[in-house]
Design a binder for this molecule. Structure first.
Ligand code: SAH
Length: 229
């Protein structure tokens, strides 16, 4: 049976159009960087297989989007290493009913990973240029459950509090009290704490019967938590 060339071409074009060249890179990233290091939460693995990280980094470094390292995103800031995003997301025990606050929107990648799993994401970025870019990119990817605000995240987002979880992606020297206050009963906070340029501690906090209890998770290095003057 002869198949007309025209039909073959149509199928070929449809096939190429369907294949996301970054999909296999993303799957490899999840397998070799995330699962291999012990992340087990299926919702986190699934979200990271889905979010197009390459569309949230500056175009000229797109080819490195799925590498095992943080990358520059402008204003001296970085998008975190994929494993760190996975670890922080798993530690808050995300589920579909949660309302989560993120401090440090940056590229919007962590917010997108959260938005794949939880109900609502509120994220605050101190650099206007970064916040606006992330807001635009997240919108064009179709995320309707993320709200971006420009400002100093130290004060949290009081009118949307309490939050079931808070993820802080820049390191303050001590945990901001307003963030502790805005955590719901039973809520979890994951935050790097320490001095600029030094090794910091990734801390997991939990509010139990009104008391905020913390424990050390690992040593990390994050950009500093800045303050509006
Ligand atoms: N979560 C980001 C990581 C960005 S790095 C991502 O997925 O890409 C941390 C970000 O925190 C930077 O963009 C930095 O500008 C921002 N930041 C630092 N101090 C802040 C503050 N006080 N309030 C809000 N954002 C802050």
């Amino acid at each position: 049976m002869m198949v007309p060339m025209k039909i073959i071409w149509i199928f070929l074009i449809l096939f190429l159009w369907q294949t996301d060249p970054y999909k296999s890179k993303r799957e490899k990233m999840v397998e070799s960087q995330i699962e291999a290091r012990g992340i087990k939460d299926e919702s986190v693995l699934e979200a990271m297989r889905k979010v197009p990280r390459h569309l949230l980094v500056p175009e000229k470094i797109r080819e490195y989007a799925y590498s095992d390292m943080p990358l520059p995103i402008g204003e001296g800031q970085t998008i975190s290493q994929p494993y760190i995003v996975a670890l922080m997301t798993e530690l808050i025990k995300p589920d579909k009913n949660m309302k989560v606050l993120e401090i440090g929107t940056g590229s919007g990648y962590q917010a997108a990973v959260l938005a794949e799993i939880v109900k609502e994401v509120y994220t605050i970025e101190i650099f206007e240029a970064l916040g606006l870019r992330a807001e635009r990119d997240l919108q064009s990817l179709g995320y309707e459950n993320i709200q971006v605000r420009i400002g100093d995240g130290y004060q949290g987002w009081p009118d949307k509090a309490p939050f079931d979880a808070i993820i802080v992606t820049a390191a303050p020297e001590t945990i901001p009290q307003p963030l502790i206050d805005q955590l719901a009963e039973g809520g979890r906070m994951i935050i790097p704490v320490g001095e600029e340029g030094k090794v910091q501690e990734l801390i997991l906090g939990e509010k139990v019967k009104g008391k905020f209890r913390t424990r050390f998770i690992s040593s990390v290095r994050f950009v500093p938590f800045l303050r509006d003057k």
